[in-house]
Design a protein around this ligand. Sequence first.
Ligand code: G3H
Length: 541
Amino acid sequence: MNFEEKLHQIFPTADAIPAQYQLEGELHQREYLSDGEMKPWNGDVHTVLSPICIQTPNGLERKVIGSYPLCGQAEAIAALNAAVEAYDDGRGEWPTMPVSERIACMEKFTGKMIARKDEIVKLIMWEIGKSWADSIKEFDRTVEYINATIDALKDLDRNSSRFEIEQGIIGQIRRSPLGVVLCMGPFNYPLNETFTTLIPALIMGNTLLFKPPKHGTLLHYPLLEAFGSCFPKGVVNTIYGRGNVIVAPLMESGKINVLTLIGSSKVANQLKKSHPKVNRLRAILGLDAKNAAIITDKADLDLAVKECVLGSLSFNGQRCTALKILFVHSKVADAFLQKLSDAISKLKVGMPWEKDVFLTPLPEPQKPAYLKECIEDALANGAKIVNENGGAAFESFVYPAVLYPVNEKMKLYREEQFGPLIPVLPFDDIETPIEYLIESDHGQQVSLFSNDAGELASLIDPLVNQVSRVNINCQCQRGPDVYPFTGRKDSAEGTLSIPDALRAFSIRTMVATKQTEENKKLINQIVTEQTSNFLSTKYIF
Ligand code: G3H
């Protein structure tokens, strides 16, 4: 049996799927949350096909998971109006609610979310082909993120529950919401990354328009009831449909105050430009990246290989933080490539529910063809596939390919492959990778592999001004989530971390007065009678 035939065999027959991982029937969503109601939908729908194919008498078929509404502009504008009305120019119930009550709503939501864990985890796995273990991790990490966000907000509020007096001015400074937030997440972390913007935006008192990612949509359906019942009417509104049809009119309306998108810089640019009042629009963006690893001749090659495998192939390379190009000193290149190829050959290929599986099918239907194009382009420009079976593909599955030596003529030199291809470049002069990073349109992170402190120090100083995180002897990654996650150039706008996100979706606002006896009396009266939610010394325990 050749390797492609073996790849064919990784796909199961329907009855070979273990019962605990099977979906309970197809999920056909015919409603969406808007203006506090689950609105029925009888129009066009999008059929959701899993990256997991099933062996049938007619050959391999992508499993149908269900379908979701393909709403149009009218429904999107109605949802926008609901969010605008719920915000009510900052006078709505939600933006004026005391922080402690907003936290109580969020805690109720988290409880309901946890109750739907099994369903959501299964949908993550079936919709995007993420391993069962990683799908569980994604869910748990999201719940931890919400709980940590609640704690961070309590801290923020405690620090703001006091007055300051400077130069005869009494002031109380808090953070206030920004308005209506349009929130769009990516397919690779459809729950976690979406919620790392949605949750802080929401808890800070903004109202939301939430468009689930194209792949990874149905997994949000079990949460719509919770969004509807835990927050006031119109605070969370969902929009479904083709992005190019429904999103542009929302931006053109000028009623979106914050755009938050984890996706491509091209889409972010277009959307920002379509907003008529550029200065009013805030953007919190996580965009393209092409993180490099630099492996010098003083690196521990075994460690470098281990981290580069994790960095370039975790979730099949579909992470914005993935290592997408490796620079290796030519003295150690052969040894590195040999060890890298050996390590890849040991990775388990299979279905997402299999124990210890590492490589799984890809959710984007066009991706295998694109990756093939990248490989052919690299081969035509002088690279070779170094590892055994590299680039072999069958239906939605693509086996990792290590391509060497890569040069500037190849697509893989600049394009973000977002898949299991590992371009490797040899270098003799350390200026080669540094120049690459300087010229790159991206500036998220870099990984340096060396055991020489002097060499590392000489790289750290120039590189911290090119990217936003320099990782030493380890892969690039977002977490832990309390650390700042951002990027330079086309890679990001704004900084996300648990505490930073609360700041990103709010603005510092103060109430101030001159320190006169009359004013002190007035302020004391407001605070004692608890007639203002803003001007208050109430302390959240
Ligand atoms: O897709 C980009 C994610 O933010 C990466 O997160 O580094 O924790 O996998 P991660």
